[in-house]
Ligand binder design. Structure first.
Ligand code: PLP
Length: 409
């Protein structure tokens, strides 16, 4: 474990000293390098990237991605507001989500976003009515449910018939027929997203083959299809290796290349997971007959993935003498009052001591964006690493922040 997030950058110890812990450290350059790698893998096929804001919605990161040419995939009025706050071109925003409210649809119309990715016939009707009331035509894609099992955790599987997302093709076509000619609607294509952390490229290929067939059928029915948003879901290497992005591109290319559509991709995790770390300080070490509990100041309210999905994150001790420490079997846990509050389980680690620093890696996706105030714990601060410089981009919440929305007291 090196002493700093990058050679020449402030050390973990210096960052902890300056900003306190737990502290998110987000490597902006690593995110931008991934963006370039993605664009290269899909060269000749890709019209644009729509970064999935839910993975990590920090304004500073959104601004960086915007400056690098990305567009954005949002799923709420709040995420839309974040993009607009950093000056994203609304034409590069797509709005997905299975339960968009009228207020959210209206906010998208007011902003003039590039696409509403519609997930039900009811949503399409509401969108049409709202657009017509404004005297505009809403650009929309229909989200197809291809009934392809992505082979990932059931909580992040989104493209099977058992999932709430999207429309079966026959219903999508029926909705298109029913609303054809409505002034408030402008159909441009399809959207599909089969799940997250999809480690098997053949699952993407299966979805691509189905969507290609659906596009052909839609055209045969007389509707022009000019775009396809193929979603995100590309896997990163947590505990297991992940396929290179070039392998994913190679798997879908034969199906997507002949389609003559503007292809969008909306990865979240793949762009940001590796770029994020959660720096924690050891509060205490508790040795039981069974194992050591390394109790740190970061917890499930900061990084919920281990508790929510049983997710694995690399955890390393930052200590100059770590090689000299005895190796123990340890659970790295937080102070929250749940046995589900762990960051790592049954790891062999050099024995930490109170006051040491521990780095939880691969924490850039669904880390800050899923963090909460559970146990009335203020949310952590965040620094952005650019080159060898770091800058505070999210201040640590205070107790006053915790109480700010409550009206009694
Ligand atoms: C519609 C949609 N697009 C993109 C994503 C991003 O997925 P990932 O972070 O796995 O790339 C999600 C995540 O669930 C999603 O629901």
């Amino acid at each position: 474990m090196s002493a700093a997030p990058r050679a020449g950058a402030p050390t973990f110890a210096a960052l902890a000293e300056r900003h306190g812990t737990p502290l998110w450290i987000t490597d902006a350059d690593a995110v931008l390098a991934r963006l370039r790698e993605l664009e290269a893998a899909f060269a000749g096929l890709l019209h644009g990237v729509r970064y999935s804001v839910k993975a990590n919605s920090g304004l500073a990161l959104l601004r960086k991605l915007k400056e690098a040419g990305a567009g954005f995939d949002v799923v709420s009025g709040g995420e839309l507001a974040r993009c607009l706050r950093v000056g994203v071109d609304p034409g590069r925003i797509v709005f997905a989500g299975v339960g968009k409210s009228d207020a959210e649809l209206a906010a998208g119309l007011a902003a003039g976003i590039g696409s509403f990715d519609v997930e039900s016939a009811d949503e399409l009707d509401r969108l049409a009515a709202l657009a017509e009331a404004r005297g505009v035509a809403a650009p929309f894609a229909l989200r197809l449910n291809p009934d392809v099992d992505a082979g990932t955790h059931e909580y992040v599987t989104t493209g099977t018939r058992r999932n709430k997302f999207g429309l079966p093709f026959d219903e999508a076509l029926a909705a298109l027929r029913r609303t054809a000619g409505r002034r408030g609607l402008r159909f441009h294509g399809f959207h599909v997203h089969i799940g997250s952390q999809v480690t098997d490229p053949t699952r993407f290929a299966a979805a691509a083959a189905i969507v290609a067939e659906r596009i052909a059928a839609t055209r045969a029915a007389g509707y022009a299809v000019s775009s396809l948003d193929f979603g995100g879901g590309f896997a990163v290497a947590y505990e297991q290796p992940a396929p290179p992005i070039a392998a994913v591109a190679a798997a879908v290319r034969p199906h997507l290349a002949p389609l003559q559509v503007e292809l969008l991709l909306e990865p979240g995790r793949w762009l940001v997971a590796e770029a994020g770390r959660l720096l924690c300080r050891v509060v205490a070490v508790k040795q039981t007959p069974d194992r050591a509990f390394v109790i740190v100041d970061g917890a499930m309210n900061d990084l919920v993935r281990p508790a929510l999905y049983g997710a694995w994150h690399p955890v390393e001790l930052v200590a100059p003498d770590r090689a000299a420490r005895p190796v123990v079997l340890a659970d790295v846990v937080g102070p929250v009052c749940e046995s589900g509050d762990f960051l790592a389980k049954e790891r062999r680690l050099p024995l930490p001591r109170a006051g040491d620093l521990v780095v939880v890696g691969m924490a850039g996706a669904y880390g800050t964006s899923m963090s909460s105030q559970y146990n009335s714990r203020p949310r952590a601060a965040e620094v952005l690493l650019e080159g060898t410089a770091t800058r505070l981009v999210r201040r640590r919440e205070t107790i006053d922040d915790l109480l700010a929305t409550e009206l009694d007291g």
